[in-house]
Design a protein around this ligand. Structure first.
Ligand SMILES: Nc1ncnc2c1ncn2[C@@H]1O[C@H](COP(=O)(O)OP(=O)(O)OP(=O)(O)O)[C@@H](O)[C@H]1O
Ligand SMILES: [Mg+2]
Length: 386
């Protein structure tokens, strides 16, 4: 195998901060390549721990436990974005952390992320920052209505966001975000949303997976459609932006980049996630290399894998809503797996989470077909029958 001198070869140990489904699918890919996987996750019985060689349950602030964990790992990565920065620095002093802690520090805070995009000349929606004790109304005036107010920290799946569509919503925003630092973004009346998963190796090789078209429901990703049904120029812009962002951040690893495509075909960067991305799950079943294997390759200094699409595909998130619920909100039954598994063009992935909850990502399935439209039709039909 021709790989850089410092390559971390199969047999070595990969540490993962965070034990959710992204860590679980990383562990699947890593163990298939012969690596050992250790997972660090505050909550016991996590999806990734169940398929890893070792699971450590301790808070991220427990520097002694983190140090013990790091010493057993040849490289550490993260699948969870809200790891505080002090523990990351601690790990970085003990072993290889990839992507570098500075990448996470930029991406995990919306203010820093937006500022980084602006300072580096990447297209993005107009925004204003408001400090915890700042003047929300001044920020709203600066950006204008309609806009979206988002907490600077700890947002995911649309949590910690509020659309301000008219003056009538302003007081709700004031109440919801009182005392919290926020970013106020211009509301983008987008034609669609797309995303890229980009990988960059320690030797600066870059590969971008085929761009996905994303459809959200209630602020949570519902479908990713590949190839994205957008003009070739839009695909080219998104791919180029993802590549440039990975280079500018000195990324070593994989990163999801979310974009808004405007009515006039401009591509604006929405968010950066320096890890595998939900919209890249389709790669497991429909690409030569999955995003998780690519993550292993990138952080271990192996050659990056081919990102060739093997078939048009649609990925469908399975939320806890797909379980059967009674009027009191008690879970009373499983989704109809039989109907799904009977389909010849479906692959099902479940994350082993003990308890379904509405809005909770429990698994996903992929549907392949002759073209993207057809795959999307099948996907909607199969989801409705769950
Ligand atoms: N400025 C905006 N204009 C229009 N729609 C927006 C804007 N910001 C967010 N949205 C909508 O809300 C969704 C979630 O927003 P965003 O990606 O910022 O949040 P998040 O909570 O980090 O979500 P996730 O973790 O799922 O990516 C976007 O994908 C988009 O559909
Ligand atoms: Mg997002």
């Amino acid at each position: 195998m021709s790989s850089p001198k410092q390559a971390i070869l199969p047999g070595k140990t990969i540490g993962v901060l965070g034990g959710g489904q992204l860590g679980r699918m990383l562990a699947h890919a890593a163990t298939r390549l012969g690596y050992r996987v250790h997972v660090y996750e505050p909550q016991a019985g996590c999806p990734a721990g169940a398929v890893a060689h070792k699971e450590v349950n301790a808070p991220y602030e427990d520097l002694a436990a983190l140090a013990d964990f790091a010493r057993e790992c040849d490289v550490v990565t993260y699948e969870f974005e809200n790891v505080p920065s002090a523990p990351l620095q601690h790990i970085e002093s003990l072993t290889a952390l990839r992507p570098h802690g500075s990448v996470l520090a930029t991406a995990q805070n919306r203010s820093r992320e937006k500022r980084w995009l602006r300072d580096n000349g990447f297209p993005h929606a107009r925004f204003a920052e408001v400090a915890a004790d700042g003047d929300l109304e001044a920020g709203l005036r600066e950006v204008g209505v309609p806009c979206v107010v988002k907490t600077a920290d700890f947002g995911y799946d649309g949590k910690g966001q509020l659309k301000v569509m008219s003056e009538a919503d302003v007081s709700a925003a004031r109440k919801k975000f009182a005392g919290q630092p926020v970013v106020i973004e211009q509301f983008v009346d987008f034609a669609c949303e797309v995303s890229a998963v980009v990988a960059r190796s320690a030797s600066a090789a870059v590969r971008v997976f085929p761009i996905a078209e994303n459809i959200h429901a209630n602020h949570i990703l519902a479908f990713s459609i590949v190839p994205a049904r957008v003009p070739a120029e839009v695909l080219a812009k998104a791919e180029k932006l993802a590549r440039l962002i990975a280079e500018r951040l000195d990324l070593v690893g994989v990163m999801g980049v979310e974009f808004f495509v405007t009515q006039s075909g401009d591509v604006l960067v929405n968010e950066l996630a320096p890890r595998t991305h939900n919209s890249g799950h389709y790669t497991i079943d429909a690409c030569m290399t999955s995003q998780f294997e690519q993550q292993v390759r990138a952080i271990c200094g192996l050659p990056l894998g081919a990102v060739t699409l093997l078939s048009p595909v649609v990925m469908v998130n399975i939320l806890g809503d797909a379980w059967k619920w009674d009027a009191e909100g008690k879970c009373v039954g499983e989704p109809n797996w039989d109907a799904l598994l009977a389909q010849p063009n479906v692959r099902l992935h479940l994350y082993g989470k003990a308890e379904p909850r509405p809005g909770r990502k429990m698994g996903h399935f992929t549907v392949t077909a002759r073209d993207a439209d057809m795959a999307y039709e099948f996907a909607q039909k199969y989801l409705a029958r769950l």
